[in-house]
Design a protein around this ligand. Structure first.
Ligand code: BV8
Length: 253
């Protein structure tokens, strides 16, 4: 339970969020790196640890970065894949999987590429930026199996031998059309929009909260820090999602 004395996450605010959610016909949730922070996966704005402290994700997570040095980019992704494989979903991920069974309709859009929502039991997850654990063939532009005989070199497609890349959306790349359309429709149709663990800085994902506001949804933000969305949110729960989300569920009728 949330400590009633914590100034930023009062029981009254948790109650207001729970009341709005309990009245909702359709809840749209957008999650960012913050919901996986309590699973030990560094957020994009955390200083990258160790070797990666001197590289900028905005440089590595781009087609130009991959073109320039595919080996370095693959090292970075293999390091992150290892983190993701060792991580477990936390109470925030599990709370969202439970929430989907407590409301008439829930659409979960994630900017995260770690697959932790699915491992917590969420279904129909819209992976707005792809999934780090899948490989994509740069020639056929499809998710592909990895050839076993690439030796120590760069991973190659089992089907055509083409260079593989992680199946994620890099900066400067389009969001997959299906994800874009489904997320836009949910943001425009929902009664409650839950923005969880995102700095609301990366577009077009950050435009979903704006669309929800324009269409009259109640916007609730869960984040220990303030973001660009905070001033326009109807309810701001200033705390970690692993603590706040279970507290909101506890107060649902
Ligand atoms: C595109 C996959 C069209 C790769 C990622 C306006 C319109 C359109 C585009 C742009 C625009 N302005 C700028 C752009 C370009 C760009 C962009 O947004 N740049 C930013 C830096 C300004 N956008 C794009 O390029 C997108 N494509 O628009 O296509 C196009 C095409 C060509 C030319 C122009 C336009 C593609 C963006 C996708 C990039 N790929 N990920 C990979 O992971 O390797 S983005 C990556 O960074 C993540 O997926 C995530 O989306 C983002 C990080 O954001 P957050 O998730 O919010 O994480 P962050 O660390 O920032 O914040 C964490 C938050 O959690 C913090 O607030 C913290 O306080 C909080 N927190 C911490 N602990 C907790 C917590 N919260 C709760 N509980 C806790 N315990």
């Amino acid at each position: 339970m949330v400590d009633d004395h914590s100034p930023a996450v009062s029981r009254e605010l948790i109650g207001r969020a729970a009341a709005a959610i309990s009245r909702a016909r359709h809840v749209c949730v957008l999650t960012g790196a913050g919901i996986s922070a309590e699973s030990g996966i560094p957020t994009f704005r955390d200083a990258q640890e160790g070797i990666w402290a001197r590289f900028d994700p905005l440089d590595l997570a781009t087609p130009e970065g991959f073109e320039r040095d595919p080996d370095l980019v693959w090292q970075w992704y293999e390091w992150r894949r290892d983190l993701v494989r060792k991580a477990e979903p936390n109470a925030g991920h599990h709370a969202l999987a439970t929430l989907a069974r407590r409301v008439p309709r829930l659409t979960l859009v994630t900017q995260n590429v770690d697959g932790l929502h699915q491992r917590a039991g969420s279904t129909g997850v819209i992976e707005y930026h792809g999934n780090i654990l899948r490989d994509r063939c740069t020639v056929e532009q499809v998710v592909a199996e990895r050839s076993r005989d690439a030796g120590g070199g760069l991973p190659r497609c089992l089907g055509c031998g083409g260079l593989l890349r992680p199946d994620v959306v890099w900066f400067g790349e389009m969001i997959p059309r299906g994800a874009l359309l489904l997320a836009d429709a949910a943001a425009e149709n929902c009664d409650v929009f839950l923005s969880i663990g995102t700095s609301s800085l990366v577009y077009p994902a950050a435009s979903l909260g704006e669309a929800a506001l324009r269409h009259g949804a109640t916007v609730i933000e869960i984040n220990p820090d303030s973001t660009d969305l905070s001033p326009r949110a109807h309810v701001v729960l200033r705390g970690p999602s692993g603590l706040v989300l279970p507290a909101v569920l506890e107060l649902l009728p």
